[in-house]
Design a protein around this ligand. Structure first.
Ligand code: ATP
Ligand code: FE
Length: 363
């Protein structure tokens, strides 16, 4: 089976063709960094406008690279939500039209479920249900048990900002560019790079949710560290033009954020075992922040302590891409989970609103 996947939920116009054995036949990902850079953040209408301009060419280029025509595709998968409405609409209209015109099955994909299922792609199927997944991205920070496709138990989520936003905001306070051409990624990637030369002990930071009433809560919080760094900047506790200050601050922030993720994931593992009575097969970490090596390192220690394998998709498949949508499409197609051609986008779509899949009785 070959599925064409389209992703336009935020600021990447992406498409890919993936097979049911997990081979990527082609992928295209057009970032919009340049469009938003001068605004210091994503401007939703500009993002939608860019998707509108680029999606036809991105789809065509992907099919050309795969040396396939629409006739050779078994289904079209497209991100249905959550995300920016104007951006989602563009991809969804493209996907629905392609599917309807070519009489192909249509599969509406939950963007966060696609991040969570990404780790299962591959012929050897290393990742088996149920597993504990830490989803750390620009819009979300959550831990969940993935029981199956469409069946998730969310354990912890952020009370305020996502860890990706925290990386981006702290990088900005430190004077790092929103997009670093040399690092080739967002501010979070630039922060990781500079933290390598830093001394984390120089700027100690408060550990979030470490009080007696929050220490056992598997939720996350990043607003405290963000305002701590903002206050440091106001009080001129560091010089944003001094490279060593930037490096030390980056290392301190990264260490605090990473340790917080580790502590709360440890609680999520305990919750899965003791409250949900679920023996997970492994720990999966996905979403843009999962491309951070310090985060991977810290969570690999936790996984080892719990005798679980740690599985992270390769960095380029942790951030938004078309491959994860095509793969989530394969997972759904295998189970016969198809959608009508008139589905709409869903802007806010909590993962645990998805209903466990019950195969239809054959008559
Ligand atoms: P969501 O999936 O929640 O809708 P999104 O799709 O915008 O959000 P992703 O593309 O999964 O988010 O991830 C983007 C985030 O990942 C950004 O906040 C970016 O700074 C962060 N990020 C990317 N690379 C790194 C890195 N190496 N270290 C830390 N953060 C990183
Ligand atoms: Fe994402």
């Amino acid at each position: 089976m070959r599925v064409l996947g389209l992703e336009t939920s935020c600021d990447d116009t992406a498409a890919a063709v993936v097979t049911s054995d997990g081979s990527i036949l082609a992928e295209t990902n057009l970032h919009q960094h340049k469009v938003h850079e001068k605004h210091g953040g994503i401007v939703p209408l500009l993002a939608a406008d860019r998707h509108l301009q680029k999606i036809p060419l991105v789809v065509r280029e992907t099919l050309e690279k795969a040396e396939l025509r629409m006739e050779d595709i078994d289904a079209v998968a497209v991100t249905r939500g959550p995300g920016l409405p104007a951006s989602l609409v563009v991809g969804l209209a493209a996907g629905k039209t392609l599917a309807a015109v070519h009489a192909k099955p249509l599969i509406g994909v939950h963007h966060m479920e696609a991040h969570a299922l990404m780790a299962r792609m591959g012929a050897e199927q290393k990742v088996r249900f149920p597993y504990l997944c830490l989803l750390i991205s620009g819009g979300h920070t959550l831990s969940l048990v993935v029981h199956d496709v469409n069946h998730h138990s969310v354990i912890g989520q952020t009370r305020d900002e996502s860890v990706g936003v925290a990386f981006d905001r702290v990088a900005r306070e430190m004077g790092l560019p929103w997009i670093d051409a040399q690092v080739g990624g967002g501010a979070g990637a630039a922060l990781e790079q500079i933290a390598r030369d830093g001394n984390a002990a120089r700027f100690p930071m408060p550990m979030p949710m470490n009080q007696s009433n929050t220490a056992r809560d598997p939720g996350f919080s990043f607003s405290g560290i963000m305002s701590h760094v903002a206050r440091m900047r106001e009080q001129r506790a560091f010089d944003p033009t001094c490279r060593q200050d930037q490096a030390d601050l980056a290392a301190a922030f990264q260490q605090t954020a990473t340790t917080h993720l580790q502590k709360k994931t440890a609680l999520a593992l305990a919750h899965a075992a003791n409250v949900l009575n679920t023996r997970v097969t492994c720990l999966v970490v996905s979403g843009g922040v999962a491309s951070n090596q310090a985060v991977r390192q810290c969570l690999s220690i936790l996984a080892r302590r719990n005798h679980l394998p740690l599985i992270c998709p390769p960095p380029r498949l942790c951030t938004d891409n078309g491959v994860m949508i095509a793969w989530a499409g394969i997972e759904r197609l295998r189970r016969g989970m198809l959608d009508p051609y008139d589905i709409d986008f869903i802007q806010r779509w909590p993962l645990d609103q998805l209903k466990p899949y019950a195969p239809r009785e054959s008559s």
